[in-house]
Design a protein around this ligand. Structure first.
Ligand code: KPL
Length: 306
């Protein structure tokens, strides 16, 4: 049986563990002890309890199981590198990694750092935790996977075939970099504003926020152009980016965005992985980014109080 290690027992990590456990050996690894009896509530149907192999990093290091065929990293962006470091001594340096982070921070760093193949995944699967022993698979989505240098297409095919067989529809792509930046653009337009104002995504339509959304998207569209990222849905320029952002806001109107959830629970946000690459790119290309810098500063101030 192929074995998959999953570093990071958050919502996506646990969804992945439940899904893959029917066809592969799965070890779910976290920093603290979690129950082995884990419940998943699928989008359709009743909650199901499963026994998962859930262990802490210290337990893994003290008594490492056979090395895995794949390591999935499902931590927050800023914790991905440390998560990999924590198991690097007990896996082969040729082990393929699959990175599931938001933004564009962990992906280029680990692609450069890790000698083995590094795939990146971006998903629209909806999932949230209900406690230490439960995850709700709130909505089915789609996962795209590929590597930043397009050198591991066959491996990406293997991974997406496994995911699809496990019930998580997935496609291998040769433009994962653009897809990660497109998701980052949407996250930058929604996450900081809802987190700072404590509102659900749909409230960004209100007159109090709509202008700020458009100001962010204006900067983001100029950065994407400079960075050579294709505008979404075959469109071009600012209008295409605005249409995408408003469409996501509409479709996720009732969502509490991930950054708002972080702020509410006084956890550090992913601003470094979402706003960081945009600001860095703007500076590199000489494009204005005062609005993005302002949001980053406001979030930094908020986080300083945690
Ligand atoms: O991906 C999201 C998030 O919450 O991080 C968005 C698109 C903003 C939906 O809530």
């Amino acid at each position: 049986m192929t074995s998959h290690w999953i570093l990071g027992p958050g919502a996506i990590g646990r969804l992945l563990a439940h899904s893959l456990s029917s066809l592969a050996g799965v070890t779910l690894i976290g920093r603290r002890t979690l129950p082995e009896q884990q419940t998943i509530t699928p989008p359709e149907g009743e909650p199901r309890i499963k026994h998962l192999n859930v262990i802490t990093t210290s337990q893994l290091l003290a008594n490492a199981p056979a090395p895995p065929a794949f390591v999935h990293i499902t931590t927050k962006a800023m914790a991905a590198e440390a998560a990999l470091e924590s198991v690097a001594d007990v896996i082969s340096s040729t082990t393929p990694l699959v990175l599931w982070q938001n933004g564009f921070l962990a992906q280029p760093r680990l692609t450069e750092l890790w000698p083995g193949p590094v795939l990146c995944a971006t998903t629209t699967e909806g999932a949230y935790l209900t406690g230490d022993d439960g995850v709700v698979h709130a909505g089915r989505g789609h996962t795209f996977a590929g590597d930043l240098n397009n050198r591991h297409g066959e491996l990406a095919q293997v991974v997406v075939a496994t995911l699809t067989q496990a019930g998580l529809a997935a496609t291998a792509v040769d433009d994962i970099r653009s897809r990660l930046w497109q998701k980052l653009a949407v996250n930058a337009a929604i996450n900081p504003l809802v987190a700072l104002h404590g509102v659900r995504n749909g409230e960004l339509h209100d007159a109090a926020y709509a202008g700020r959304v458009e100001a962010v998207v204006e900067e983001v569209a100029a950065i994407m152009l400079a960075e050579g990222i294709q505008a979404p849905n075959g469109g071009s320029g600012l209008d295409a980016w605005l249409a995408l952002v408003w469409d996501v806001i509409e479709k996720t109107a009732n969502n509490k965005a991930s950054m708002l959830q972080d702020v509410e629970t006084k956890r550090l946000t992913e601003r470094g992985a979402i706003l960081g690459p945009l600001i860095e790119s703007a500076e590199r290309h000489g494009v204005g980014c005062e609005v993005l810098r302002g949001l980053d500063g406001e979030l930094a101030e908020l986080e300083a109080g945690f």
